[in-house]
Design a protein. Sequence first.
Length: 489
Amino acid sequence: MGKPTGFLEFERKVGINDSINERITHYKEFHNLLPESEQIKQGARCMDCGIPFCQSGILINGMASGCPLNNLIPEFNDLIYKENWDLGLQRLLKTNPFPEFTGRVCPAPCESACTVSINSPAVSIKENERYIIDKAFKDGKIKAVPPKYRNNKKIAVIGSGPSGLASSYLLNKLGYFVDVYEREDRIGGLLMYGIPNMKLDKEVVNRRVDILKNEGINFFTNTDIFKDNQLKENVLKDYDAIVLATGSTKPRDLNVSGRNLKGIEFAIDYLKENTRSLLNKNDKFISCKNKNVLIIGGGDTGTDCVATAMRQGCKSVIQLEITNSLPKERLSNNPWPEWSKTLKVDYGQEECIELFEYDPRRYCTSIKEFIGDEKDSVKSAITIKVEWIKDRDGRTTFKEIPNSEELIDVDIVLLAMGFLGTEEYISNSFNLDLDNRGNIKAAYKEFKTNKDKVFTCGDARRGQSLVVWAIKEGLEAAIAVNRYLDLQE
Ligand code: FAD
């Protein structure tokens, strides 16, 4: 610990965001980092406490507490304070190959588990992480380091999201020849086509992919091995192991009257096409300009839709959430160092509150029906309030509240209600067993599916999760593949 009294002397500070009026005019990142002299003090706030839960990544009450990647957080905090940037970078990269992604988009379970956060604002761990890696890129310290030694084994990784990239990264470092097959036209999975540019600039993704290419990984885009029998057979024959990092890509649908009307879209399609049109510089996207937008789903995807609709110039936006609103403060049954289940005002809602003067979120609200116009386009929605009750078996379930219907005008509806696992054409093609949530079945740490030499990781295995978990699973799956191939010899 560089400065024993740091947490007493310095207050938490994070970089400022560009003003809302300015940032909604574009899709660029809007969060600025602190000046270096201030960031150093933030490193000094770490107490290097005896038991650093921030880096533990353990499950408490079914929720991850601390960093799933086991980042060496007290160490890099200390090295920031001591301005030992090179060693700080080394410590950071020891556990996390892509801190520029997590430093931007991670919800930071580490900060919920920070000891300082017991009675004052947590150490700004996420921002410290981002400062180290952004500075390293700026100073030209991040370079391709191809492996010195290659074995003669080949691995195919299917899918290029964070789990596929992490797996490829480590397998390549271990000396395997790695080919990545991606069905989209660009590499990155949801880092590219999911999380919007303002949270993660696509140049940040491309920059990392270029490094991986220079380290020797081959990437094939627009290639779906499950849609080409010959290619699939070749892949099965030619590679020593296959890692399926295909994500959880089946969006949850809404089974209500009027669902088939025009103007009701899956949020992921909306976000994907918006990003693609920005990258391709064309206007092939679903526009919310001057429209009343209804978003169904209160999670990250819903928030990204709010922010995108605001940038497109929507007339109004409402975000429905079927669950209760979270409390503002931790409840007694959610103590430190558990993940803090508290209400957050994320960037999309912040923008709506400032510009439209209301929080777009409506809790305990569901959809009854959509109503169309003479052209079969959605023109209104009937919402209904619900209450959450315990059933006879003690399970929490919801019940509609009679006469609580409301008719609202809508021109476009975006369904952001989560994902239901792997697409059938993938699992059927390899005869893969699925778990009871529709994800590819494979035990954690083993990552091996029921099919010979086929492994899986990330959202494809654990269901829709977080970038930090995808990276963790990708690395762990690479270790499992390496162990498996070692045993084959
Ligand atoms: P993915 O990122 O989904 O990548 C899977 C890849 O496999 C895709 O590129 C897909 O095209 C490809 N693929 C699928 N099938 C095939 C096939 N047959 N052949 C070839 N390629 C195939 N997490 C956070 O931590 N922070 C956030 O802010 C955040 N925001 C999110 C916003 C949105 C809109 C969404 C949907 C998710 C968000 N998440 C966020 C979750 C996070 O993005 C995912 O948990 C993570 O990307 C999962 O990584 P993955 O590599 O397992 O899968």
